[in-house]
Design a protein around this ligand. Structure first.
Ligand code: PLP
Length: 219
């Protein structure tokens, strides 16, 4: 058996059954994705639309594709026909565009609102107040082709466990505040370096790349 399918099996064996594993395959070749597929993995995460479209065309049709990256509005149309879940929605303008493109395919696209929880300046996402406002807005209520099913966040890239825990817990609190009222069911937090901490804070969807596929080479 290949290392990649072994990594998948080991990771899944450690995870509680109700935790969804998104295998983050960005920059990795199809042969690597197929090894994960052969290990039973069906959910893959990509952060570039073009790369996801290409891989979608070449992988088996029962793969579910999650867009996990920062998304430009003009790219939504390329994936609107097949994307399963968009993790990084960070504005009403983007949600409006997803709604418009989903309508053309007669679909309802599931989305997560990305919250800014890291103290680092570089991380994307909405303030908690903006998330509350969006979910309560009349405009949002009028969108028929998007469904916000949960929240997503990325913690600071740091060895300070207490800081990471406090960032994840802040999002857990927001999720608890909103989940019943807005029928949320997904809390997407945790990557290779911090998913055990995210699980302690109630995450039910982790996005793991390098622990499965090995380190990425960026050119
Ligand atoms: C790349 C990426 C991941 C996975 O990162 P690893 O550290 O390789 O597990 C998770 N989430 C997002 C949003 C990413 O861009």
């Amino acid at each position: 058996m290949s290392n990649i399918s072994q990594n998948i099996e080991q990771l899944k064996a450690q995870l509680p059954a109700d935790i969804t594993l998104v295998a983050v395959s960005k920059t990795k070749p199809l042969t690597d994705l197929m090894q994960a597929y052969d290990g039973g993995q069906r959910i893959f995460g990509e952060n570039k639309v073009q790369e996801m479209v290409d891989k979608h065309g070449q992988m088996p049709s029962d793969v579910q594709w999650h867009m996990i990256g920062h998304l430009q509005r003009n790219k939504v149309k390329y994936m609107a026909g097949f994307v399963e879940l968009i993790h990084g929605v960070d504005s009403m303008r983007l949600l409006r565009e997803i709604d418009k493109q989903a309508a053309k395919h007669d679909r309802v696209i599931k989305c997560l609102l990305q919250a800014r929880i890291a103290r680092e300046e570089t991380k994307f996402g909405m303030e908690f107040s903006e998330i509350r406002e969006l979910l309560n807005s009349d405009e949002f209520a009028g969108l028929e082709h998007v469904q916000v099913v949960g929240l997503m966040g990325m913690a600071s890239f740091t060895d300070d466990r207490q800081q990471v825990l406090s960032e994840f817990s802040s999002l857990q609190q927001l999720y608890h505040e909103l989940e019943d009222l807005h029928e949320l069911s997904v809390l997407s937090m945790g990557m290779s370096g911090d998913y055990p901490l995210a699980l302690q804070c109630g995450s039910n969807m982790i996005r793991v790349g390098s622990s499965i596929f090995g380190a990425r080479n960026y050119h």
